[in-house]
Design a protein around this ligand. Structure first.
Ligand code: FAD
Length: 485
């Protein structure tokens, strides 16, 4: 494995034993070899949703993830429709000593699943917004877009990520930072309570009053903590914001990047920005103005200050960035908060993918030079996107009583998104990225928040948080049934 843990991510090689101080206790490979002998008849009679084995029609569609690198082949996939279905499925897995995984959308499908039970939550997609308490109750499989749309109807907004198709629960379990991160913090800071099925098959309520240690862990601890059937989150009062993206063409990438690096040093707490160097494929489905071009997309979100004119203030705050270099396309302006996913313009259709995330303790002009040496416009870098986000302000402030979110102290994130060509995934991207990360070593943080790391490796949390998480996992799942990936 390389110094930066890159190769392990790509080949799906498990780096996970010992995460949080525990090891798997289940017979994963042995179970796989006996796969076809598993009798799921009893399970079918106990759950309302489909129970499918690899021999059944519809199995491939049931397990298909958003990241299409693997055709998953769990022994059995259960399309749960209720908390009762989840309880019955977990009890069945326990009776048969099978490992359990959960998939909502499959945006984090970085390893091939070849054994055990896969709980598919996509049918549990109810979202109920209560305008009086300013909360949303989100079922296990709902994507952020559905939550944002329901909240917008009553002038409220959830604290989402950049993409409308990412699952709310998977995101929140990892903490979750989005386009409004500096204004509002991590998404998990807004979690009020959860319904969770434990390794014993018991449905429990988790909040600051009930099971508080599990409550601490589920906000950022990501995996091995049970199956969440529903989450209640606080919503914020936000109908509009000033946001969008400034696109700079290849020649303007360097001055725009350098101006942004300086801008982040004094940015207001309610302004969240990021940059992404995009190498847009020359393909018909890419909109004409950006097709086949290398561009820098500078994303901007200002959430306003009551009493001030949003458009005028936004224009003022964005002025130094607009002046950094000639702007090729400008979509900045007042926009509905329910359309926050427009700011980053993440892909929405399933795709093969290779990603690598890290965090930085700081950045400066030397950092910009190092980054450009590897991914500057004149180079043939193997990425479709190289993104740096500015966090800090609200993300640095933990909730009362604390949470397991990792990386809270690091004010910048890095996301490398490889060109969607599987031929590059095994060697070209890992090697190119290792050289890039070597050059960025002076700015790298020790911890990378788990959603950006992509899997719950030990460097997703501090040693202290890791140890505490290990104890919570032991308590909720003593037999180690819930797989940590
Ligand atoms: C295009 C894209 C954009 C992204 N943008 C952001 C971003 O802006 N900010 C950010 O923080 N992250 C972002 N991510 C990362 C994303 O938040 C994580 O990958 C998240 O885990 C995806 O959740 P999911 O439900 O969509 O995916 P899935 O692959 O279905 O689930 C991911 C994992 O979440 C856990 N999980 C899901 N549901 C449950 C449940 N009901 N009970 C227990 N465990 C469960 C499981 O461990 C599962 O393996 C992005 C990812 C992609 C691909």
């Amino acid at each position: 494995m390389s110094r930066h843990g890159i190769s392990s991510r790509i080949v799906g090689h498990r780096e996970l034993s010992g995460v949080g101080g525990r090891r798997y206790s289940l017979r994963m490979t042995e179970t796989t070899s006996h796969g076809n002998e598993l009798d799921v008849t009893a399970l079918r009679s106990r759950v309302a949703g489909p129970v499918l084995t690899p021999r059944d029609d519809g199995f491939a569609d049931e397990v298909a993830p958003w990241i299409r690198n693997f055709d998953h082949t769990p022994l059995v996939a259960v399309g749960v429709t209720s908390a009762a279905d989840v309880v019955a499925t977990v009890k069945f897995a326990r009776e048969h000593s099978l490992p359990v995984r959960v998939q909502a959308t499959g945006h984090a499908s970085h390893f091939a699943i070849t054994d055990g039970v896969l709980i598919v939550t996509k049918r549990m997609n109810d979202v109920a917004v209560d305008a009086t308490t300013r909360t949303a109750t989100i079922a296990a499989g709902a994507p952020w877009g559905a939550v944002a749309a329901a909240a917008a109807e009553v002038g409220l907004a959830p604290i989402t990520g950049s993409s409308a198709t990412v699952g709310a629960i998977g995101f929140l379990l990892g903490g979750g930072v989005g386009p409004l991160a500096r204004s509002f913090g991590f998404g998990s800071d807004y979690v009020e309570s959860l319904q969770v099925v434990t390794g014993g098959g018991e449905l429990v309520t988790v909040s600051s009053d009930q099971n508080p240690e599990l409550f601490w862990a589920l906000r950022g601890g990501k995996a091995g903590l049970g199956v969440v059937t529903e989450i209640r989150v606080r919503l914020v009062e936000l109908e509009s914001l000033y946001g969008g993206s400034l696109f700079f063409d290849a020649d303007a990438i360097e001055p725009a990047l350098r101006a942004w690096v300086d801008y982040t040093k004094t940015a207001q707490p309610n302004v969240t920005t990021s940059v992404a160097i995009l190498r847009m494929p020359d393909l018909p489905f890419i909109p004409e103005p950006v097709r086949g071009r290398t561009l820098l997309s500078l994303r901007f979100a200002y959430t306003g200050d009551s009493g001030l004119d949003l458009a005028a203030e936004g224009d003022l705050l964005a002025a130094p960035l607009r002046a950094a270099a000639p702007v090729y396309l400008d979509s900045l302006g007042v926009m509905p908060a329910g359309e926050v996913a427009r700011i980053h313009g993440d892909p929405t259709d399933p795709t093969v993918g290779w990603t690598l995330g890290r965090m930085f303790t700081s950045i400066d002009q030397e950092f910009a030079s190092a980054l450009l040496r590897h991914v500057g416009a004149q180079l043939q870098a193997p990425y479709v996107a190289v993104e740096v986000r500015h966090l800090g302000a609200a993300t640095e402030v933990d909730v009362a009583g604390g949470s397991a979110v990792g990386g809270r102290e690091a004010p910048y994130t890095l996301n490398l998104v490889g060109a969607p060509n599987p031929a590059l995934f095994a060697e070209v991207l890992p090697q190119y990225s290792a050289a890039l990360l070597d050059d960025l070593t002076p700015w790298l943080a020790e911890v990378t928040t788990v959603n950006f790391l992509g899997y719950p490796g030990t460097n997703a949390w501090s040693a202290e948080t890791n140890e505490r998480l290990g104890k919570v996992r032991e308590g909720v799942d003593p037999e180690g049934m819930f797989v940590l990936e």
